[in-house]
Write a protein that binds this ligand. Sequence first.
Ligand SMILES: Nc1ncnc2c1ncn2[C@@H]1O[C@H](COP(=O)(O)OP(=O)(O)OP(=O)(O)O)[C@@H](O)[C@H]1O
Length: 330
Amino acid sequence: MGIEIRVEGLKKSFGRQVIWEDVSFTIPAGEISALLGPSGTGKSVFLKNLVGLLRPDRGHVYVGDGDVPRLRENQLYELRRKFGVLFQDGALFGSMNIYDNIAFPLREHTSKGESEIRRIVLEKMEMVGLSGAEEKLPGEISGGMKKRAGLARALVLNPEIILADEPDSGLDPVRTAYLNQLFVDLNADLGATFLIVTHDIGTARVLPDNLGLLFRRGLVMFGPREMILSSTHPAVNQFFNARRQGPIGMAEEKDQAQLDDEGEAPQTMPAPIQPQLMPSDGRVRPAMRRPGEWLAQHNIKPPPGSFIDDEGRDWLKDWDDLIDNGHRPR
Ligand SMILES: Nc1ncnc2c1ncn2[C@@H]1O[C@H](COP(=O)(O)OP(=O)(O)OP(=O)(O)O)[C@@H](O)[C@H]1O
């Protein structure tokens, strides 16, 4: 089962460049969370702080019992086994074939024999749809396959937390859709905590249980997807609806003159909230909330057209049928 990550009062700077002043939030155990933000707001730096590759100037990162910035090197080594990290380009070793790349953490971090390693590697390769590509070199496979190979490698030590840094960068929309489905299926199967950094609004709107936005040296908001997607907070509304009007500019934030030029930003209605991606076998993940539940609890009307899927089904109404059909996990 996944573990919770609790971040408190995190400050990070490089020289005089302050990345964030004071970031505090909790990434819930076993759920899929996504972190977004304009370029340069420190999303990759944040992931590195979680695994202790970078240390904050101030603050805490609680993972299980430990406070990551305060762990000793040997404790960090142990802690990192709880994490599976998918780097932007898959970070594969170019001279090793895909099989050896995926086997690498098992050979480095465990004393398992080659037959056990083979069983695990082939199982993970099948999970990510790479069976048969064992002998290929990273240079011989597509970008999408590299990402999936990186993901298989991130999974071999059965991590409780999976971090993915822009897993969808450079992928076409179809491959992105397949990768998103894979994340949902893996979360349903493994129950691990997922934190995904992405720029893809399409992904952000349908994949995660929780969303967060970094902007102006801090975390603007983090919470359940319905809270974020229905928000009228200027930066949140602008970002998740991919609009030009609002406080975010070409160079991260607009100055007052630019904002004045735009005049009073119109109170823009959030776009319809689509149904959340389900596991491909139709199960309901434990972390999944009933569609519309958060909005109803907070007395917020869903934006018009929300929760209607591509086939025209209304998930607010059809949800009970799904549950009645026995899809809730036992
Ligand atoms: N090791 C480092 N030393 C100095 N500055 C760094 C270091 N790592 C990152 N930075 C700076 O921190 C800022 C945030 O970088 P980061 O890569 O986390 O941004 P990001 O939000 O992931 O951006 P993008 O969306 O473009 O990938 C950048 O200005 C970057 O130059």
